[in-house]
Design a protein around this ligand. Structure first.
Ligand code: AMP
Ligand code: FE
Ligand code: FE
Ligand code: ZN
Length: 289
């Protein structure tokens, strides 16, 4: 059914549009990837697949292959864990219900953060709504954009280093399932789960190896090793683990348009690994040009 071999590299499998916290439309994200020389691209908005249709049409028109994707929120203890999911069925009822729950809670949580900030800053919920695309998954980046529009901070990075940082006291967490539940749901929906940027520094540092091995036993397919936020020591440890368990390893940009310095194609995934993802995913299909 799936035709491995019809896609063309280089492949960037982690890109965000304004359907979550990127700043460009799904079509413009595909254009940016194409301009960077990318042949196969995945749109991986947070907790939603709502941009797939637009991205697939644009990528086909550009002669690219589109790989349906998403970055699903999870939480392990105090860690925020992001799980990339490829080729899952967006109509799968259990996964769709969990994604609805996450997005709903993100909305209430963003309003609570804004409520806290409004005590000290001239910021309203309407300011955040004005920065959020229709039907987009809401996150702190939209609050950051509202703070920028109000002249309170210079850019998203300054907002994250400042008032949006948990230490500043305005932060609220949002609901997210544990990574075991997330992996189970993605696998049951025919998808291929790959942990995004597993080895970032600081608070969100790597989950312990025994936990990663338990996730592998549950169907975790791989790690996103090529990512600018992974530490070198973490990458080396992940490579050893991936080799031991014959996992898929990916590299991608995590492009967010103007929201982050990350550029399309700054990390890429090998053709062999893309072929493994396509062979393993069966909930939806790649869109070949
Ligand atoms: P949230 O999931 O709402 O807590 O927000 C986290 C999101 O903010 C992540 O998906 C990142 O893309 C984005 N983010 C985190 N740190 C920064 C930063 N320093 N600059 C821009 N965006 C960031
Ligand atoms: Fe993001
Ligand atoms: Fe992420
Ligand atoms: Zn991302």
């Amino acid at each position: 059914m799936t035709t491995v071999g019809r896609f063309r590299g280089p492949s960037d499998l982690h890109l965000h549009s304004a359907r979550s916290d990127g700043t460009e439309s799904p079509a413009d994200v595909m254009r940016a990837a194409h301009a960077a020389g990318i042949g196969t691209a995945s749109l991986t908005d947070h907790d939603t697949s709502v941009g797939w249709g637009e991205a697939a049409a644009a990528s086909s028109a550009l002669g690219m292959t589109f790989l349906p994707g998403m970055e699903m929120s999870a939480r392990h203890a105090w860690r925020s864990v992001h799980i990339l999911a490829y080729l899952f069925d967006p109509a799968d009822a259990a996964l769709a219900a969990e994604l609805d729950r996450i997005r709903d809670d993100r909305l209430g949580r963003a309003e609570r953060i804004v409520g806290h900030l409004a005590r000290d800053y001239d910021l309203s919920w309407a300011d955040v709504v004005a920065q959020t695309g229709d039907g987009a998954t809401v996150g702190r980046p939209h609050i950051a954009d509202a703070l920028v529009a109000r002249g309170i901070v210079a850019d998203r990075a300054a907002a994250f280093d400042g008032v949006l940082h948990p230490r500043e006291g305005y932060y609220e967490p949002h609901y997210a399932p544990d990574p075991f539940t997330a992996v189970d749901l993605i696998v049951a929906a025919g998808g291929v789960p790959v942990i995004a940027h597993p080895a970032t520094a600081g608070r969100e540092r790597m989950m312990p190896v025994p936990v990663l091995e338990e996730l592998i036993a549950r169907g975790l397919a791989g790690f996103e090793i090529g990512h600018r936020e992974n530490t070198e020591a973490g990458k080396a440890q992940l490579r050893r683990l991936a080799e031991r368990h014959d996992l898929i390893v990916t590299g991608s940009s995590d492009y967010h348009g103007a929201g982050k310095p990350n550029r399309p194609g700054e990390n890429t995934t090998s053709d062999a690994m893309v072929a493994r993802i396509i062979a393993r995913g069966h909930g939806s299909a790649p869109v070949f040009a």
